[in-house]
Design a protein around this ligand. Structure first.
Ligand code: GDP
Length: 372
């Protein structure tokens, strides 16, 4: 049953990704296999079932939640006779659509080529085997070799370009001087941009889609005469394609160099605990997990999830919960300062601001010990 809940959640997320990419989902298919079929990923009976559905309903695309091997993709497309995308493809597509600065565009392009390259290689190996291995070099080989060379050249060019921009950005960060820097981190779509807007009175793009933010935005924020810099970062997500983790590492420099992390959580999402974990794992990967952190549980206005393990919060269907009550839950007992807010209705905003002020002040005082 728990497995099934997880499955539904994953499919919900995939559907949301597809929606973000501009697709409408007609039907979901799932299959339990101890091991994916090496040739077609799903079993042949399931493939047949999907094929019939596709034919009857004029479906244009099938999306898989996992990454398919190049041969699985090819075999399935041949079998079902429809365009097939995997999760990596889908996410790359969204990133490509949403990249706005030349930096983000370069990162996405790099990720796309990195995704493509091993696929060309494996396609080639496959061809090679068909033709009888080394020594049987047909015309296809030169073409693929040329393609691979072009792609490799392009990849190293893009990497150089990123390095140059990285250096420029590092200089920019240095020039920001000794002002305390806070970074908003969190799973995608939890409300980071909304919070950024509310705190800085700026107009950052907020939308109920995944990855509305691809580029980092830095804004100056002042709370009680204390100025600091606030950065909005790219949303984290489960199973982010490895090519993207790599190329977005430099985007995460803002996080790595921040003095304070503000970890935003969407408490109205039923798998918010998984989201916290996945964010913490990424922070660990980039070695930023030991920075001072404030936990901000957002969207309390939309909290309607019956949590059976929270004796003090059951079953809470959209009733008002006071901050004191929230603080008594397991979430409030985190080792980090924790607050529960709604970025939309601004509930508990004064408390959150006070908390941010205190943390920023601590860092500020440690940095300028001799000033009053
Ligand atoms: P980001 O991806 O983390 O930057 O998230 P956004 O700021 O783009 O917000 C994602 C969606 O959640 C948008 O539709 C927001 O309007 C919505 N949202 C943000 N904060 C709240 C909140 O406190 N309550 C509710 N109900 N929705 C919110």
């Amino acid at each position: 049953n728990q497995d099934e809940d997880k499955l539904t959640e994953y499919m919900d997320e995939l559907e949301f990704l597809a929606f973000t990419a501009g697709a409408t989902i007609q039907k979901r298919f799932t299959q339990k296999l101890t091991q994916p079929d090496s040739k077609t990923f799903i079993g042949s009976g399931k493939a047949q079932e999907i094929k019939e559905y596709v034919k009857e309903n004029g479906i244009g695309t099938i999306i898989f939640d996992d990454e398919l091997s190049p041969s699985q993709l090819k075999n399935l497309e041949k079998e079902i006779e429809v365009k097939i995308l995997d999760r990596t493809n889908l996410i790359l597509d969204i990133f490509a659509q949403r990249a706005q600065t030349s930096y983000a565009r370069t990162q996405v392009e790099l990720a796309q080529y990195q995704y493509l390259l091993p696929r060309l290689t494996r396609m080639w190996t496959h061809l090679e085997r068909q033709k009888g291995g080394i020594g049987m070099r047909g015309p296809g080989e030169t073409e693929i070799e040329t393609d691979r060379r072009i792609i490799r050249d392009r990849i190293s060019l893009l990497k150089d370009k990123l390095k140059t921009i990285d250096r420029q950005m590092a200089t920019q960060r240095n020039n920001r001087g000794k002002v305390v820097r806070a970074a908003l981190v969190g799973y995608t779509n939890v409300g980071k941009s909304t919070l950024m807007n509310a705190l800085s009175k700026s107009d950052v793009f907020a939308e109920n889609k995944l990855f509305a933010t691809l580029d980092t935005t830095v804004r100056k924020v002042v709370i009680g005469n204390l100025p600091f810099l606030l950065t909005d970062t790219v949303g984290f997500i489960r199973k982010l394609p490895t090519q993207l983790v790599e190329s977005f590492k430099s985007t995460l420099d803002e996080v790595r160099e921040a003095d304070l992390l503000i970890h935003v959580v969407d408490i109205s999402h039923e798998s918010f605990e998984d989201h916290i974990e996945s964010v913490n794992n990424t922070l660990m990967e980039i070695n930023a997990h030991q920075k001072p952190m404030i936990m901000v549980f957002n969207k309390i206005d939309d909290f309607s999830y019956d949590r059976k393990d929270d004796d003090d919060l059951t079953p809470s269907t959209k009733r008002n919960i006071s901050l004191e009550e929230w603080q008594k839950t397991w979430m409030g007992k985190s080792k980090h300062p924790t607050v529960f807010i709604s970025a939309l209705t601004k509930e508990n905003f004064p408390e959150m601001k006070k908390m941010i002020y205190d943390e920023v002040m601590k860092i500020h005082i440690a940095r300028f010990p001799y000033n009053d």
